[in-house]
Design a protein around this ligand. Structure first.
Ligand SMILES: Cc1cc2nc3c(=O)[nH]c(=O)nc-3n(C[C@H](O)[C@H](O)[C@H](O)COP(=O)(O)OP(=O)(O)OC[C@H]3O[C@@H](n4cnc5c(N)ncnc54)[C@H](O)[C@@H]3O)c2cc1C
Ligand code: FES
Length: 268
């Protein structure tokens, strides 16, 4: 983890409200893993905002270019969308634990809801590079205008299925229903990875548990410090050995996560 001055290489609106930003962050080749995130300090004239956490969308080890894909939802991301080529950003990277790759060549299913798909794209690329040939990506969104990363996932060679709540593209309904419909045909060794809104993660973890599939979930809790110091991002997880008499332990999403094994998390 380093605090870095990163120069913006590009910051393009890829569709209304969605931006892809590339920045120069050389020197992270040995550290960066799919599922990790960066924390960007965003400033504007009215004052300094908190740092904003964004998943690492892509990291090119050769050029040192790090990409993020974000949706503008408030002041911080709006301010970020105004950054131009050559401007400098203060970032802390890489943060969090990242996804653990499957041990063998088992099938993989990625389930991304909303901007959660951004966290899974780097994983799809990493899996392709490691020789995993049976990777499916399920991407869910409200409607066809909000589907992201589809072309990028296809480029990695994985099979893509789309679900939209309003049925304007692909499966009509929530992504968890699409997932539920394909799970019975999956091999028991299938590894499931998911990122998106908490109720969706809870549902994907529950379905995976029922079918005895290993599932890793990436949580996107509200964060302040991003480095494990303030406890603003804690989630309840099942007790592990050595945690005293309590039935649960709080763990920090920024430092102990954002990726957890599905069954570890107490969903409430
Ligand atoms: C580990 C991690 C990785 C993330 N990766 C991405 C990513 O790759 N792409 C992306 O677009 N977003 C991602 N997010 C969410 C992103 O950090 C927030 O959207 C951003 O901080 C909002 O800042 P803002 O100042 O623009 O909006 P704010 O003014 O802070 O909030 C605007 C609205 O967004 C909601 N919101 C803000 N933060 C969150 C959150 N963490 N979870 C749910 N709702 C939130 C608020 O409730 C409010 O309704 C990630 C969050 C985490 C914790
Ligand atoms: S954001 Fe401060 S401990 Fe996680």
């Amino acid at each position: 983890m380093k605090q870095i001055k990163a120069k913006v290489i590009s910051n393009r609106e890829i569709k209304p409200s969605y931006f892809k930003m590339a920045m120069n962050v050389a020197g992270l080749e040995e550290e960066v893993k799919a599922g990790q995130f960066i924390n960007i300090r965003v400033t504007e004239c009215s004052g300094v905002l908190l740092r904003k956490p964004l998943s690492i969308y892509r990291y090119c080890r050769k050029s040192g270019s790090l990409e993020v894909l974000y949706r503008t939802v408030g002041r911080g991301t709006e301010a970020l969308s105004r950054k131009r080529r050559g401007e400098e950003l203060d970032i802390i990277a890489p943060l969090g634990n990242g996804y653990e790759l499957p041990a063998g060549p088992e099938p993989v299913v990625l389930v991304g809801g909303g901007t959660g798909a951004a966290s899974l794209y780097f994983l799809a690329e990493t899996l392709a590079g490691a020789g995993f040939s049976d990777v499916r990506a399920l991407i869910g969104a409200r409607d066809k205008e909000n589907i992201i990363c589809e072309k990028d996932f296809l480029k990695t060679g994985c099979k893509v299925r789309i679900a939209t709540d309003d049925g304007s593209r692909g499966f009509r309904g929530v992504i968890t229903e699409l997932f539920r419909s394909i799970v019975p045909g999956m091999k028991p060794s299938t590894a499931v990875y998911t990122c998106g809104p908490k109720p969706m993660l809870s549902s994907v973890a529950g379905i995976s548990k029922k079918f005895k599939l290993r599932c890793q979930v990436s949580l996107e809790e509200y964060m302040a410090c991003g480095v494990g110091a303030c406890m603003s991002c804690v989630v309840k997880t099942k007790k592990q050995s050595g945690s005293g008499g309590k039935q649960f332990v709080y763990r920090r999403v920024c430092k102990d996560g954002p990726v957890f094994d599905g069954p570890e998390v107490i969903w409430e």
